[in-house]
Design a protein around this ligand. Structure first.
Ligand SMILES: Cc1cc2nc3c(=O)[nH]c(=O)nc-3n(C[C@H](O)[C@H](O)[C@H](O)COP(=O)(O)O)c2cc1C
Length: 162
């Protein structure tokens, strides 16, 4: 007999997992794109790994699959407005960066000048099962612009999870 899932309990409990709010950056040829990601965590000390789940139908998912790399920008606690720019629909791919100056890192990935900092990762594994793909990236570069308190999902009033 298969177990029965209490979907209300599942939703309540999964929404209690603490999350940060990050901007994931991707690049393909001349194109750059970025999106708000909260399903992010560290996965290993050595080598340094990060784990991020990305919507299977998003523009950035395809770019990560094809290029095998992504960046993660850590936002400061007062950068909620910037996070909102990066999950709203955009006129053209890359248009969200009009709101946020960036530089390209050593791996050619967008690093936001105004974020606390960012890391560039090479894809080392993935699980494609369900509506998000779980990507595992090895951190290859890290740029700290300034130290400070990072934006947390719980402080925004938004939910992403359940
Ligand atoms: C609070 C919040 C957190 C989000 N976290 C994620 C996430 O972890 N992974 C993801 O794929 N999308 C996440 N999204 C949705 C993406 O930001 C959104 O789908 C975006 O438009 C994708 O951009 P793209 O299609 O240009 O790649 C989140 C949205 C919000 C509002």
């Amino acid at each position: 007999m298969s177990p029965s899932l209490n979907t209300d309990a599942k939703k309540t409990l999964l929404r209690k997992i603490p999350h940060g709010v990050f901007i994931c950056g991707v690049a393909e040829g001349e194109l750059v794109n970025g999106f708000t990601a909260s399903w992010v965590t560290q996965g290993s000390f050595e080598p340094p790994l990060v784990v991020m789940a990305v919507r299977a139908d998003s523009t950035s998912n395809g770019i990560i699959q094809r290029t095998g790399r992504f960046s993660l920008n850590v936002l400061a606690a007062d950068q909620k407005d910037l996070a909102a720019v990066f999950f709203k629909p955009q006129k053209g791919i890359g248009g969200r960066f009009d709101a946020a100056p960036y530089s390209l890192g050593e791996l050619g990935l967008p690093l936001l000048n105004d974020a606390l900092g960012g890391v560039e990762c090479e894809l080392v594994g993935q699980v494609a099962h369900g509506d998000h793909t779980v990507f595992v990236g090895e951190v290859k570069t890290a740029l700290l612009n300034r130290d400070g308190v990072a934006l947390e999902l719980s402080a925004t009033g938004w939910t992403y999870g359940g």
